[in-house]
Design a protein around this ligand. Sequence first.
Ligand code: G6P
Length: 363
Amino acid sequence: EMASKEGYSHFMLKEIHEQPMALRNTLAGIERDEVTKIGAELADARHIFITASGTSLHAGLIGDYLLTTVAGADVHTFTSSEYRKYMKTAGEGDVAIVVSQSGETIDALLALRALKSAGVKVIAISNVMDSAIPRESHLAIYTRTGPEIGVAATKTFTAQLMVLTILAMSAAAARGYVNDDEAAYFMNEMEQVPDVVQATLANNEAKIKRVAASISRASSMYYLGRGLGLPISMEGALKMKEVAYIHAEAYPAGESKHGPIALVEKSFPVLFTIFNDEYGEAMEGNIMEMKARDAYAIGVIPKSLEERLDKVLDIAIPIGVEEPAIATIAYSVPMQLLAYYTAVARGLDPDKPRNLAKTVTVE
Ligand code: G6P
């Protein structure tokens, strides 16, 4: 076991650090022709359904946001165990994307089968070649991260984001919302992502370890975001719950004043996910609201807003990529590190979280 951890104290940390390579391999394995074909199918779909569980669902929600906002598609994303809700609306002319790292999650498999028998065309995104979900789908596209051992998904999540983002851009291009130059610019930016992730790891790990030490004494925290920042917050909060056993809740930042803020008092940790997008100012307002209650405000922010937000945040974690659709990948890295180091600070083993299984094969 020691050997396969390659000197890292846990698989989770090793896999967090493997992300530059996992993303490079995933990008190299994506066939342009296939992406164009799937993009056209998504562009023509009557409805798009995205279904998954756990971390894969959060990747799906990023796909949903981009397919809706950039490609103008009608997207419905749901946790696989709730597929029955859609059985009257799903049918011929619809496309479903089933996201599953393992390709074996029973909830996702049952949703897939139901959608398929309703006449929906199913595309699988998985990390395991020829597992049940890709096998039963009409089409499969793979993340190529190598096996993931840590129960809490890390490298497979960012690779799923990469695949879904590329598919959404391809659908936007097929619909004429993105021209050739924009598509080329986008792919060029995507090619930089592994290096950005590498730099994010190198520049922030020590700082995050310090933040984790303060968070480790908290019993509860919030993750707030808007737009793409919401699914990234949801995934950050899930990681914190899974490995550090801290009650972490994600909310659309605009909802925080409709209830959640009642819990906030001195030193309550609130993590803000802020992109270089139209939500920047509203997010700054949300930071002020939380600071007015003496919260401990951490922000994962774009470098371009560092000077401005440094004044209002207790801790700023600047990320060196500005294009929000691409930044989601790099932004996930500090969230993973924060959950990991908080678990370690609490004396827990992040590789073996209690009550959780890597792959859930019961309904
Ligand atoms: C379990 C794991 C999660 C994972 C989820 C979905 O709950 O503990 O880490 O995200 O299953 O797994 P899948 O293999 O379908 O992506």
